[in-house]
Design a protein around this ligand. Sequence first.
Ligand SMILES: [Zn+2]
Length: 113
Amino acid sequence: MHEMSLAEGILAIVEQQRAQSPFGCVKSIELEIGELAGVELESLLFSLDAVFKHSVADGAEVRVERLPGLAHCFNCDSEVPLSRRGESCPRCGGFQLHLIGGSEMRVKSLEVE
Ligand SMILES: [Zn+2]
């Protein structure tokens, strides 16, 4: 499952942080996930719950910030919102879109103690 490996990747990031500056446990973790990242949020949260169990992040509060899709249209030379990959430009209907936002998936911050 895609989300399960994402969750494992997130835990790996947490462990990396811990190796650099040791801490007892993770209180909360903030994630940034773009609307176009292809991540099923519910499935990810479920996977995180499973992966975090008995780890340093067990019981951590998970907060997710969703970033809207954004593209640059070469046809009308403007930045436009994009709700799905493969859609045409909402301004001019062109298809020469270059994705500039909304596909990210990262750990924004960790609160530890
Ligand atoms: Zn356009």
